[in-house]
Design a binder for this molecule. Structure first.
Ligand SMILES: [Zn+2]
Ligand SMILES: [Zn+2]
Length: 313
């Protein structure tokens, strides 16, 4: 299903046939073109959106959960996601109702060392459009209500706190959402940057190890293409982050450096000066997530919170 105007281009949405109607794995971006692709795709298999029995969402991001609410309206389907992402959706909805202007993000950016020019376009204040609240909340190892099949939820926090991989135990396949993709690595960011109560990259690396050993044949990710060799791919992604951790550790000295300064000194696909402000904010989120891991490994020290600065340990 297309994601209009996004470099990811499309989300792979899967439909599992059951006697009660299809169960979807993810639902795609909320856009008319995506809706047409979903209806057309199901029709190609003699299915109708109105017959959908349930939607399991791998995580709350809009390219996965966006259309779930519209599918539920059209079919009466249940929507399921992990409890941690359901909590986030609840928090987002409350934030939108209170018309919160995401002032916490400007504060976090300022503390991280962002300059006025980095805040100028206001993209950090753009309101989030939360997806539909799920009807069912899943926990690790739950069997999902897919009549006649064995689809098990595997909690893989990191890219989002409630990210799920879905193991089709009777079909030798795994749906990996954004957790394991064949050629790209998912965004792992820490927000607000100064947080110390969570460790998304540490969680992500542990989650990679959790699925790496599963005895599955085919891997069905949410972007790019299907592939084989889950164990090797999880090792490659872990190695990518280890290289990134080493690159960041090498930038640390005895002199405190702000998060912004450190993020801008890392090598990115796009040169820092050419990056959009939103890309810089995400790059700083990734750098913050890596610094959390360096802190927990004893390789980095947080020197101050405002401004947010780090030194070598
Ligand atoms: Zn995502
Ligand atoms: Zn995605």
């Amino acid at each position: 299903m297309p994601i209009p105007g996004n470099p990811l281009a499309y989300t792979l949405v899967y439909a599992l046939e059951t006697p009660r109607g299809p169960v979807l794995v993810d639902a795609g971006w909320e856009h008319e073109d995506a809706w047409d692709a979903l209806s057309g795709g199901l029709a190609a298999f003699g299915m109708d959106v109105a017959d959908v029995y349930g939607v399991v969402v791998t995580h709350h991001h809009p390219d996965h959960a966006g259309l779930a609410g519209r599918v539920r309206e059209a079919s009466g389907a249940w929507i399921a996601m992990h409890r941690a992402d359901a909590d986030l959706v609840r928090a987002f909805r409350a934030m939108v109702e209170q018309d919160a202007d995401r002032a916490w993000m400007s504060d976090s950016l300022r503390r991280a060392g962002a300059r006025e020019a980095d805040l100028a376009d206001g993209s950090h204040r753009r309101p989030v459009d939360p997806p539909a609240q799920p009807d069912r909340e899943l926990e690790d190892r739950d069997l999902i209500d897919v009549p006649g099949r064995r689809l098990r939820a595997i909690w893989t926090p990191g890219h989002s706190p409630g990210h799920l991989c879905l193991h089709l135990e009777d079909g030798d396949r795994i749906f990996t959402g954004d957790h394991v993709l064949p050629r790209i690595t998912p965004h792992i960011g820490l927000y607000p940057y100064e947080r110390t109560d969570v460790d998304p990259l540490g969680d992500f690396l542990a989650s990679l190890a959790r699925v790496g050993d599963l005895p599955v044949d085919e891997v069905l990710p949410a972007h790019q293409f299907r592939f084989h060799g889950l164990a090797a791919r999880t090792r490659d992604i872990a190695a990518h982050h280890e290289a990134r951790l080493a690159e960041l550790a090498a930038l640390l000295t005895g002199e405190p450096r702000t998060l912004w300064d450190l993020a801008s000194a890392l090598i990115w696909r796009e040169a820092w000066p050419e990056m959009s402000l939103q890309s810089r904010q995400m790059a700083a989120g990734e750098a913050a997530a890596h610094l959390r891991v360096l802190e927990s490994r004893g390789q980095a020290s947080r020197r101050s919170d405002d401004p947010l600065t780090f030194t070598a340990r």
